[in-house]
Design a protein around this ligand. Structure first.
Ligand code: CUA
Length: 332
């Protein structure tokens, strides 16, 4: 569908339906505006002061008419609501698909920092392939930002202190604008960038080429390897070693239910792990002394995401010990 220059290019799976919803909204608005204003103008002229129009039998009630103009627009409003809500839920519900490419996004004043699961980092640029769902896990390091790519018709506020997600699939190769759509301070207007949508083969080549460009071993790590490196550097293992017993083991932790000392039962997802690192005292797991110090200020948001990727990866290993891959050791 050609948007005739009214809308940005349509370059994602959501674009066509989102545009259709907008055209329906615009159509309904124009229709009802005309429905009110055309008769109004007619009556203004017909009953103008001094006109000879018949004013003898004014109508005060018309039940059928009143029901019709209440119920029909109500039904139309509900259709638009259900349709919009469906799109909203689809876009903001994390994908279960194994095929989804997990990209992490950290917003900060005033740039976007992105990382691919294979470790490639980008600033204000994102390279992605067509034909594969892209799942964004986003957080802000300071104030509220909003990740917005008009050509994909996706936008979501990126908040400090909590992960939000959004997904889409790019359908058309090309270069598309990326914006911050929430006023976030002096250089908000400069918090922009580009999304490069490539064919899958091109994306694979890009991944390899950007690893070659890496200057250090650390920059060649995947997200999970970077997390493992950090885990070792911070000596997390001195407590979280299964043999040490003074802290829970992290292998197989991801996605499991945890019982806290205040009686809550929570799922060990991304937010749980992040909170446990930054505010360990608010997340005391039953059966353990609250000895974990906070790592707030020592580990930044990007590093927390890497630790989460690592903990997620040791879940996979625990699930499937036979198919266990050997991860290359970081330091040699
Ligand atoms: Cu970030 Cu506006």
């Amino acid at each position: 569908m050609n948007s005739g220059g009214l809308m940005p290019e349509q370059a994602s799976n959501f674009a066509q339906e989102m545009d259709l919803l907008y055209y329906v909204l615009i159509g309904l608005t124009v229709f009802f505006a005309l429905l009110v204003f055309v008769p109004m103008l007619y009556f203004v002229v017909k009953y103008r002061a001094g006109s000879k129009a018949d004013r003898t039998r004014p109508t005060y009630h018309n039940l059928k008419l009143e029901l019709a103009w209440s119920l029909i627009p109500l039904a139309m409003g509900l259709v638009v609501f259900v349709w919009g809500a469906k799109l909203f839920v689809e876009m903001y519900t994390p994908l279960e698909s194994e095929n989804a490419l997990q990209i992490t996004v950290v917003g900060k004043q005033w740039m976007w920092h992105l990382q691919h699961p294979t470790g490639q980092r980008e600033n204000n640029e994102l390279h992605i392939p067509t034909g594969r769902p892209i799942q964004l896990t986003m957080i802000s390091q300071d104030v509220i930002h909003s990740f917005f790519v008009p050509a994909f018709r996706i936008k979501r506020d990126v908040l400090p202190g909590r992960y939000v997600t959004m997904w889409f699939e790019a359908t058309k190769t090309g270069r598309y604008h990326l914006y911050c759509a929430e006023y976030c301070g002096t250089d908000h207007a400069k918090m922009t960038g580009w999304v490069y949508v490539m064919k899958p083969e091109e994306y694979e080549r890009w991944l390899v080429a950007s690893k070659w460009g890496a200057v250090s071993d650390a920059a060649r790590d995947t997200m999970a390897e970077a997390g493992e490196r950090l885990y070792n550097d911070m000596q997390c293992n001195s407590c979280h070693d299964p043999a040490a017993q003074n802290a829970p083991s992290l292998a197989g932790l991801f996605g499991k239910e945890r019982r806290l000392s205040d009686g809550r039962v929570v799922t060990a997802g991304e937010d749980y792990i992040r909170r446990s690192i930054y505010k360990p005292n608010s997340m005391k797991v039953i059966g353990y002394e609250p000895i974990m110090p906070t790592y707030e200020g020592l580990i930044d948001e990007q590093e927390v995401l890497q630790l989460i990727a690592y903990i997620r990866s040791v879940r996979d290993e625990a699930d499937d010990l036979t198919g266990r891959e050997t991860t290359p050791e970081g330091d040699s």
